[in-house]
Write a protein that binds this ligand. Structure first.
Ligand code: FES
Length: 100
């Protein structure tokens, strides 16, 4: 569980880009606004295009629900620490990269 509170500024690295963001924001919204390398489509945990690998800070992301877990199982091909950017809220500092 993150010790940082909602609305506080945290550091998020997406690929080679390091961003200062407010905790509580959805990762997909952050990426859309900052034009990072991440692609996405449905925004509803069905297409899997927004899959990411969490390299650091998994404990600082919102928990995975059942729908996200089903899609992650399909797209991760057994790779660990995979999440869907459209389902993740950033609660503290983290480092992620696109899955593909
Ligand atoms: S954008 Fe489709 S699963 Fe995230």
């Amino acid at each position: 569980m993150s010790s940082e509170r909602s609305g506080e500024q945290v550091e998020l690295q997406v690929g080679d880009e390091v961003l200062k963001v407010r905790s509580g924001e959805r990762l997909i919204d952050i990426c859309e606004h900052h034009l990072t390398c991440l692609t996405f489509s449905c925004r509803s945990a069905s297409c899997g295009t927004c899959a990411i690998v969490v390299e650091q800070g998994m404990e600082n992301l919102s928990p995975m629900d059942g729908l996200e877990a089903i899609v992650v199982e399909e797209v991760s091909e057994g790779r660990p620490n995979v999440r869907l950017a459209c389902q993740v809220r950033v609660l503290g500092s983290a480092c992620v990269r696109p899955l593909s």
